[in-house]
Design a protein around this ligand. Sequence first.
Ligand SMILES: *[C@@H]1O[C@H](CO)[C@@H](O)[C@H](O)[C@H]1NC(C)=O
Length: 404
Amino acid sequence: MATPAGFQALPLPLVQLSLAAVLKCGQSFRWSILPLPKPSDPTIPAQEYRLCLRDRVVCLQQSQTALFYRSAFPEPQPSPTQLQLREAETLLWLNDYFQLNIDLPKLYDEWAARDSVFSGVKERFGGIRMLRQDPWENLISFICSSNNNISRITKMVQSLCTQYSPALLSLPDLSGHETHSYHPFPPPSSLAAPSVTVTLRSLGFGYRAEYIQKTAKMLVDVHGTIEEGREPSELWLESLRGLATAEARTELLKFIGVGRKVADCVLLMSLDKKEVIPVDTHVHQIAIKHYGFKGLLKGKSPMTPKLYEEVNSKLVRIWGDYAGWAHSVLFTSDLKSFASYSVQNPTPSAPVKSSKRSNLESLLPTPPTTPSPSPLKRKASASPPESSDKSAGLADRMKRLRRK
Ligand SMILES: *[C@@H]1O[C@H](CO)[C@@H](O)[C@H](O)[C@H]1NC(C)=O
């Protein structure tokens, strides 16, 4: 597949990153997925993925061997020289957000060597890695996630952005018939006013409305706000990356609407705690069905702190240091919406209502699989940042450079 017009190409095989899986499996709820009118390569999903950041919309497409990226900016448009710098920033962001410095097929091999259940799903569910999300967005999204499902959380997060964050820019869809506006995720200060609760309730957030407003208010009361750029609360949340897992969890549990499960999602998905496994009834069921964990199948046993710890430590023993990442592959393979998914033909189906069988069950014993392409020895075109601090530093330097 040739590089689409206006895009840059980053060599990256699907087994390192499958956008069709990673952006739909309940980690982030804010990516727009747009169909491409004329698929140039029938073996890959004919889709473009778009995410609105603070100052740009990142657009992605993917082939078997490359990730294509471009950014759209609000007026005034950057000059060609500025544009080069800004695409370099986008590349840094991609390396950070998708954690491309982590060799995923190598982790898959390690998990498969430790766990025969994992080797059964390995080929079909390749390319599922942990995103490194913005902690503030991640926290609010997972407060929305309690007693909820992926499609409803997605709608809620979208309406939160439309309601509380002005549109950054508009872009046509890929057939050129319709224009979509893109809103960044709202900062803590815009969700802290008491009236937010009423508004969010009217938008269908239920009891989560109050949790969101109270959490935003707590952050803003303690850390203050500023007129421009990232707010102190957001930076503070990001600084939790530097704490040990237990200490960071203690801080998160202080917020309203944040229990152990939500805290663990944030630890894993935005605070670099790769070993953390958020346990819910779904994960509990996986542990019972496939890992000999004692408990009632379909029994809906309440998730007590003791049970949480037991499921958690059992799965960490099986998968090791990157247990949270492995859990996300198993979790995705068990989603009904991924019933017909395969990394080599990634078209997640609509949920199949009649099917009671989960993916994991239909996959056992090991299904016939197509051989995956040999993992390309990656020469990342920009060295991936080791920490957010470093990448923020680089982005800042670039901003200063631009001002000159
Ligand atoms: C998600 O939850 C909503 C509200 O509870 C429900 O109406 C909808 O059918 C659910 N969707 C799926 C895919 O389960």
